[in-house]
Ligand binder design. Structure first.
Ligand SMILES: *Cc1c(COP(=O)(O)O)cnc(C)c1O
Length: 405
């Protein structure tokens, strides 16, 4: 299907369909008992989350606890450096806890509360999703179990400490390689044992239906705010919007505000050290169709067809697939996906910090790096970048590996 055959003014009514498909991507490829739990969440989502009580409570929380709306900042000095183009950033780094992830974690935890669940659980790799979810659990007084590989627990001590201070229970997973994949398996097993009392909160627009839809809807506040703010600031829409894509939640949040507009949309994937399999995590650029973690999408596969090992300097982007909606928007041509490598990313990290006084997350630095290249190519017009998070978490690593530039 090509995008001129899709009616974007009614897009959100039709995508995903009732079985969770965006075209051929998405669905819920899970065992029967887990399917039952997913169906229960889907039903609750459509009744509870569309109720005015839920919506007004979520709005209040966003305003009073998260600090929304986050502003848009014009990047005067970076724009001058790039040339004739006007660059702007949507400041998700100013959202409470320093990134966009809290947008969907607060929504998921509020849903858990309305469903009468006592506990929320999740896996985490670098710990960012774990911290956001632990924050939401503390706010709502829910129990919170975060599954994390033993190797990751050692590497991510500050985030482990944050989760514990927030009252979460960090469950050490010692199977296999003791990293993210094993943590996912352990968290799903725990969920299956106790799905009556628990909700599994997925950390991006990935996983089985209804999560890609739900997380997108919770993140869409970014795009809705950004569109309105940009119009008010400039009197026009941006010519292009840009966001980094790991699982794809911050990108879907921004993109959903502009799908029905004459705006170019770009998703930026991590090229890491280069094009060889294992050196990057650019699944939409180099991957092929396949099912993993309960959904059908585009993924990077090893020789056996299993999820391939991936690498990126940004730990939040090193996932071997992306959400099904991105695969769909790629195929129909509405969103263009492209890559930047580690070196370009670190350069953008320092450039934005020095010229604008904003230290970006390394994930977000991918979007900044791409916008700088795109701006040079465009030569005129405006670009809105989603600054998905702040870089405090990355400073020690960047200085150790790259020094100060
Ligand atoms: C986790 C994370 C990402 C990647 O996740 P998406 O679901 O692709 O948005 C990007 N930026 C920051 C700051 C993150 O913490």
């Amino acid at each position: 299907m090509k995008f001129n055959e899709i009616e974007f003014d009614t897009y959100f009514k039709n995508y995903p369909d009732k079985n969770g498909y965006f075209g051929k991507y998405g669905g819920a490829y899970v065992p029967d008992n887990l399917k039952k739990a997913m169906d229960e969440i889907t039903e609750a989502y459509f009744t509870i989350c569309k109720s005015s009580k839920f919506i007004s409570e979520l709005r209040r929380i966003r305003r009073e606890f998260q600090g929304r709306p986050t502003p848009i900042s014009y990047l005067e000095r970076l724009s001058a450096k790039v040339g004739n183009v006007q660059l702007y950033v949507k400041r998700e780094d100013l959202n409470h806890t320093g990134a966009h992830k809290l947008n969907h974690c607060m929504g998921e935890a509020l849903l858990a509360k309305y469903m009468g669940k006592k506990k929320i659980i999740a896996e985490t790799g670098a710990g960012q999703h774990g911290v956001a979810l632990a924050t939401a659990a503390a706010y709502f007084g829910l129990e919170c179990d975060i599954y994390m590989g033993a190797v990751d627990i050692k590497k991510q001590a500050p985030n482990v400490a944050r989760m514990k201070i927030l009252g979460a229970n960090v469950v050490e997973v010692t199977d296999g390689l003791q990293t993210l994949k094993e943590a996912v398996d352990a968290a799903f097993a725990a969920y299956l044992n106790d799905y009556q009392n628990t909700i599994y909160c997925i950390g991006s627009v990935v996983g089985p239906h209804p999560f890609p839809m739900m997380v997108r809807d919770f993140q869409s506040v970014v795009g809705i705010e950004a569109r309105e703010q940009f119009l008010e600031m400039t009197g026009e829409l941006p010519d292009a919007v840009v966001a980094c894509v790991g699982g794809g939640s911050n990108a879907m949040g921004l993109f959903s505000g502009f799908l029905n507009d004459p705006v170019e949309i770009y998703g930026v994937e991590p090229l890491g050290r280069g094009e060889k399999l294992g050196d990057h995590a650019a699944s939409l650029t180099y991957g092929s169709e396949g099912v993993m973690h309960g959904f059908n999408s585009i993924m990077l596969k090893d020789a056996n067809g299993d999820p391939a090992p991936v690498y990126s300097v940004a730990s939040g982007l090193d996932y071997p697939s992306s959400g099904p909606e991105h695969a769909f928007l790629r195929d129909c041509g509405r969103v263009k996906y492209d890559v930047v490598n580690d070196e370009e990313t670190i350069d953008a990290f320092f450039t934005l910090s020095k010229l604008e006084g904003i230290i970006p997350a390394i994930e977000s630095s991918h979007a900044v790096a791409y916008a700088m290249k795109l701006g040079q190519k465009m030569g005129k017009g405006s670009i809105l970048i989603n600054l998905s998070g702040r870089g405090d978490k990355d400073m020690d690593y960047v200085i150790e590996k790259y020094g100060i530039r």
